[in-house]
Design a binder for this molecule. Structure first.
Ligand code: T4K
Length: 362
């Protein structure tokens, strides 16, 4: 392998198909403010995933912040420590207090049996993550939320293409917030989307996205600038055409890794209790952190760069959040490694990576 193989690479439509869409943008001179391509992508993506009330925004982090803002939440939000920093920072940026609920060792998702013990009179919401596209136990989370009158916002950054009981995973929760970042299965370069459970909430999201304006451009609430540009929507439209192909390819490559590594003592895979995942990442859990470091070194020798998603467990970011103990997440984060998985990755590269793993771990 001469060039480096990174953990991922964007799935991109042929350039001419993107350029064709850009020609229309150049002609119209409409670059942003909920333009025709943004509206077209909202419709096309909603129809592809069987969703209603989907709003495109600038990125997945602002989508999470906007969800909190649209629901007017103030207080404690129960969330997972096994996630990307954006989940935590969105809660803090919106002036709420994160309360960490530890995760399940096998699914990597929030441990629903531990949520109720963390609920106080200040709790206003639960914000779980469908980690690596793996559906949380959404029905149990809904039961708890109803019982205590809490809102549910899913950090569904990884979940485009995952389904549960035949429905898109983005259909669950009061609001589901996803990412369309370059590293995601479907990308608009930078981008994200919110899916609302009601028309009222969808209206709030529209206002929050556009400075707090209503349809008449009167300021009716506090908002932000969360608008997606026409350029990003054009990339999304071009890429959406190839989404099914990308999904199928991911699954094949995921299974190639798994079949090759499944008999190795010392490696565990994420387990899926609910629904059908999108195979967006290929995480492995090793016996110890020193095994992880050994594997990173060995793969480095053949120019392969895996990533420690998610390391460290975000409850350990002492510069921004007081420590709350989450032993399962802390331990998992120290032993996890995501191997390269993307559309352009060659099967021979997967085979070389698994050969190195077999030599290093055994
Ligand atoms: N919630 C969760 C659970 C998330 O995982 C994320 C984001 C969010 C919320 C927030 O969504 P966004 O605001 O990002 O829409 C990456 C992504 O930047 C981030 O979107 C993602 N999660 C996170 C898990 O991974 P980095 O710092 O690892 O990215 P970077 O630049 O190291 O890229 C990883 C690899 O991808 C590189 O080694 C090469 C390749 N790459 C990357 C970019 C940006 C490309 O080939 N082309 C590119 O343009 O964060």
């Amino acid at each position: 392998m001469e060039n480096k193989v990174y953990v991922t690479a964007p799935s991109l439509a042929p350039l001419n198909e993107f350029v064709e869409l850009l020609e229309g943008v150049w002609e119209s001179g409409i670059l942003t403010h909920n333009g025709p391509l943004v509206q077209r992508l909202e419709k096309a993506l909603s129809s592809k995933l069987g969703l209603e009330r989907l709003s495109l925004v600038t990125n997945g982090t602002i989508a999470l912040q906007m969800a909190i803002k649209a629901l007017d939440l103030r207080g404690e939000i129960i969330t997972t420590p096994f996630t990307w920093i954006a989940t935590l920072s969105a809660i803090q940026w919106e002036g709420c207090t994160p309360v960490f609920c530890d995760v399940e060792e096998d699914t990597f998702n929030i441990d629903c049996t531990k949520i109720e013990d963390l609920i106080t009179d200040k709790t206003v919401a639960i914000m779980p993550v469908h980690v690596f596209g793996n559906p949380c136990d959404v029905y149990e989370i809904e039961r708890i939320a109803k019982k205590y009158n809490l809102k549910v916002i899913y950090d569904a950054a990884h979940a485009v293409g995952s389904t549960l009981n035949g429905k898109s995973l983005l259909a669950f929760g009061d609001i589901s917030a996803t990412s369309l970042h370059a590293t995601k299965l479907l990308n608009t370069g930078e981008g994200g989307a919110l899916i609302a459970a009601s028309d009222d909430l969808d209206n709030e999201i529209s206002k929050v996205r556009f400075f707090g304006h209503n349809e008449n451009k009167h300021i009716v609430r506090v908002g932000t600038n969360g608008k997606m540009t026409e350029i990003h929507a054009a990339l999304g439209l071009a890429n959406l055409k190839y989404f099914d192909e990308v999904l199928t390819d991911r699954k094949q490559k995921y299974l190639r890794y798994q079949n090759s590594l499944e008999n190795l003592a010392g490696i565990k895979f994420q387990t899926f209790d609910h629904g059908e995942i999108n195979y967006s990442y290929f995480p492995i859990v090793l016996e110890s952190e020193s095994h992880v470091l050994q594997v990173i070194d060995a793969l480095g020798e053949i120019n392969v760069v895996p990533r420690r998603y998610f390391y460290p467990s975000v409850n350990l970011y002492s510069a921004i959040v007081p420590y709350q103990e989450c032993p399962v997440s802390e331990n998992l984060a120290s032993r996890i490694l995501c191997l390269p998985l993307y559309y352009q990755l060659k099967i021979e590269e997967i085979d070389r990576i698994t050969s190195v793993l077999k030599l290093t771990i055994n």
